[in-house]
Design a binder for this molecule. Sequence first.
Ligand code: R5P
Length: 293
Amino acid sequence: MNPGLLLAFDDEQPAAAALAAALGVPWAQVQRHRFPDGESKLRLPPALPAEVLLLRGLHQPHDKLVELLITVPAARALGAQRIVLVAPYLAYMRQDMAFSPGEAVSQRHIAALLAAQVDGLITVDPHLHRIASLDEVMPGCPNRALTAAPLLGAWVAQQVPGALLLGPDEEALQWVAAAGQAHGLDHAVCHKQRFGDRDVRVALPALPLVGRAVVLLDDVASTGRTLVEAATAALAAGAASVDVAVTHALFVGDALAQLRAAGVRHVWSTDAVPHATAVVPIAALLAAAVQAF
Ligand code: R5P
């Protein structure tokens, strides 16, 4: 794809500028006005090229999803013929089955909603656990699920040579394997059971951890409880240090403070979600995917 313009929202200027620079294309803002009743007024550039790249990270997704439902048809009305969405964080991917009767499988419905809007989607480390690819929930919508795991692995290999990459649950095998294999680091995963939003139990793999520099690596940290439990267990098992590296730093509420209290030394993330812990930029990864799309 050779977009004529990158369109981005006013609260994601650093990410938009970085991606536009990596692509060598201009970028413009979707300006937002919040009415007193909570509705939004959106203003786009009045004339758009045929190929438009739209950047929108979907952490804290609700307002953003509604704004996308307005922005995409508005962009078409202003001249865009092909709109590809870059959503570095794709929301609702973890609700991928009905865990109890009657529960909505949000992954399927949010993915279908986006697929109906745009002509393509590029995202990073979506939580694909019970499905093999986004094609299963976005039929007919070309998509690319990138992984930042090798980039995180490179950062970890530089910061903590000889680290053991530990996924806090079985689902993390895909990310620790990709990061470990790319940079010659050992990897393993824990076993996790979740009982509630902030109630998880993590069992370590049968591996000697005494004296090891452990880096917990996962796709997303939300409440941080998964990482807290894994870090606590690893330190109790004799790990020399525990650091954390995640693609998507949601870190809601006191998550970071809880990690520190558990003895975690460093917390690193990519800038897929804007956050103070971001040390690994993904603009080049995204740009390469756009160019190949
Ligand atoms: C789910 O398995 C994900 O990979 C994360 O481990 C999980 O979403 C983290 O959630 P929290 O930080 O709330 O424990």
